[in-house]
Design a protein around this ligand. Sequence first.
Ligand code: 5AD
Ligand code: SF4
Length: 441
Amino acid sequence: MADQKKLFIKTYGCQMNVYDSERMAEALGGAGYIATDTPDDADMILLNTCHIREKAAEKVYSELGRFKGLKAAKPELKIGVAGCVAQAEGAEIMRRQPMVDLVVGPQSYHRLPAMEAKAGNGQKALDTDFPEEDKFAHLAARPKAQRGPSAFLTVQEGCDKFCAFCVVPYTRGAEVSRPVDRVLDEARDLVERGVREITLLGQNVNAYHGAGAGGDWSLARLIRELARIDGLARIRFTTSHPNDMDDDLIAAHGDCDKLMPYLHLPVQSGSDRILKRMNRSHTAEQYLRLIERIRAARPDILLSGDFIVGFPEETEADFAATLALVEQVRYGQCYSFKYSTRPGTPAAERAQVDEDVKADRLQRLQALLSRQQAEIQDAMVGREVGVLFEKPGREAGQLVGKSDHLHAVHAQAGAERIGQVARVRITGSGANSLAGQVVEV
Ligand code: 5AD
Ligand code: SF4
């Protein structure tokens, strides 16, 4: 179509931003935009940003700088900034980078089409409100186009926990859960369009308490209901807080077949002194007991986590406690970060740990985590696992998919298997993926 405009979205940060970018692309589809994967021929460029760690805003400004030439060559090109940097910086973005036409915070995406219509030709549009209305209810319905086998679905957003290092409660706002019916409708719609695996998203997903029949539903109840959808083969959820792992959710890991044996359960530190200063409201011991209960329900569950090293006042003994906790848990996969100061958060005001100490601790922690990851991957060799094939692999005749435990698995298989869960015998373990052979049944 001649009048179709092209939209280039670049997404940073977490899976929720990936989901939001899809929804924004769909919303702008109604305004005549189709996606393009290069900024060069775009009529609109949208950066969906992340503010979780240092230099996030600086990265956005330097990325914007790169579009100067494009904007000069095509003045009607619209440039927008969305996501958590948009929320945190607001109008400052347009002051520092006047070629930006539009700044939209994560709670206002449903207003994007109206903002897009207004912005451009010297007009600016800015919205970083936390509006009362549910943005999801006002976002355009997802179009009926066929989808890949795996999809994200946001069920909860925001956070009331206020960990001392974290900007999320300020950028994403208070905890809000989407109503049960909306989640179920969106899930059914995704399945009709070819989705076989849904990952439920929330900054504190296991604090989900969406309105449903008979009152608020827990995440476990929602998962059990989703499991009744024919054609939906797998359910996952992320990210969880240890204090919100209730008995039913633990039990669901044991008795709900569609709930996959993988759990991302960040602890951040193994030192009670630091956990307290982080405002995590649990001890290392409580976390370890919780892991025991989860493993009792689902012995083969693969655990993943997040760690911060060099939090203000962290001593070598505190760090040793983190290493000891990791030794006890045996994680299959982890994310670990140097503490980075976030202005406006309580920890930013405290005595900071030297950068070289942080770097040294991160390297030591990552060496241990990599060893654990490799051991757990190696232990998969010889086992038979379910793999949902998602797309062609790098080599001819090969497909790549995810195992039940969320390992990437490569295997020789025909394209007709994309979207199917196959039984695969694992034959090898590489740096970040497994190799396998489809077992014919
Ligand atoms: N510095 C370093 N890491 C952080 N995270 C959140 N805030 C910070 C910060 N200020 C990490 C936490 C969280 C993950 C999403 O990002 O580990 O779980
Ligand atoms: Fe941030 Fe803590 Fe909330 Fe997670 S639980 S989003 S780390 S404040």
